[in-house]
Design a protein around this ligand. Structure first.
Ligand SMILES: [Zn+2]
Length: 306
């Protein structure tokens, strides 16, 4: 594979056996599809926690500053989607900055840094937790974190930040039946239409967990680009892979001589995230069903000040 695009993930399409997308349609022949360099951040927070998805605001800003100083530009969601469909050539220093979970710390630290450097970013919202604490997640070290409220989202939309779906309640979709997967995607989409006046085109699968079924349902429900986490891209726009950024990531995540090691570590860390899902399932097996609904448990109550 030519390494002119060092940062991206290229896929050479075999000419004799056309690959299929999740919808069963053959991938367009022609030039190899190449993804831009896509990063996935989670919490950008000053507050410490025991989990591995938090980055300090200073470290986050330093990473973006390094990309900016090295001449990188960032892509909009439309540009990423067009690249994933093979309709757009990817330049050697094109970056896509994404955020999963839509934590409130993004409003205070990450989005201003993105804006100050003239970058753009895409943030994936767990729609039923907007303005609430993260009761859907394991509280590492007993700490809960607030999610962005809809008014924060409206304020940042159009200021270099785009918003899309991270489902309604952040379940591991691969553990749900077809109807439940569809329900998560439809509810999330309707919530965004109600709050923002437009439907999201993109979805990020919680925990990066998805397969052909989830991708096909997402496409059926109106999403035309799907985001996963670490791993090798198969060329399907509904299965776009990203590099999750962890505290041990390189100063310019995914770039440099150690990038292959970093990617392998990210894949391992993402696989370990199944522990979070197992813990949640075990807990919920011991919790009466009615207490699991957002807005019913105390932990999911709206956050003061939102
Ligand atoms: Zn998530």
């Amino acid at each position: 594979m030519p390494r002119a695009i060092l940062a991206g993930t290229a896929l050479e399409l075999p000419s004799a056996v056309p690959a299929l997308t999740s919808s069963g349609a053959p991938l367009a022949a022609g030039r190899p599809r190449v993804l831009p360099h896509i990063l996935c951040y989670h919490k950008i927070e000053r507050r410490l926690e025991l989990g591995v998805t938090r980055l300090s605001p200073r470290r986050f800003a330093r990473q973006l500053e390094r990309f900016a100083a090295d001449g990188w530009t960032s892509l909009t969601l439309d540009e990423v989607a067009a690249s994933a469909r093979g309709e757009r050539a990817v330049g050697p220093k094109e970056l896509a900055i994404t955020f999963d979970d839509a934590y409130r710390g993004l409003r205070d630290y990450a989005f201003p840094a993105v804006e100050a450097l003239g970058f753009t970013g895409t943030c994936f919202v767990i729609t039923e937790f907007a303005g609430r604490l993260n009761a859907w997640d394991v509280a590492y070290g007993g700490r809960r974190f607030a999610h962005l409220a809809w008014r924060d989202i409206r304020r940042w939309e159009g200021r270099g930040i785009e918003f899309a779906s991270h489902t309604a309640t952040h379940p591991r979709l691969t553990w749900l039946n077809d109807a439940a997967v569809r329900h998560e995607m439809v509810r999330s989409r309707s919530a965004m239409v109600a709050a923002l006046g437009r439907a999201p085109r993109a979805i990020s699968y919680p925990f990066g967990a998805f397969g052909d079924r989830e991708a096909a349902i997402a496409r059926n429900e109106g999403y035309d680009v799907g985001f996963a986490l670490a791993g090798k891209w198969n060329g399907d726009p509904m299965a776009v892979t990203r590099l999750p950024v962890y505290p041990w990531s390189l100063p310019m995540p995914g770039i440099g001589r150690l990038a292959a090691v970093e990617r392998a570590g990210a894949l391992g860390a993402n696989r370990c995230a199944i522990g979070t899902s197992l813990w949640k399932r075990w807990r919920e097996g011991r919790t009466p069903r009615h207490e699991r609904q957002p807005g019913v448990t105390g932990l999911a109550e709206p956050v003061a000040g939102d």
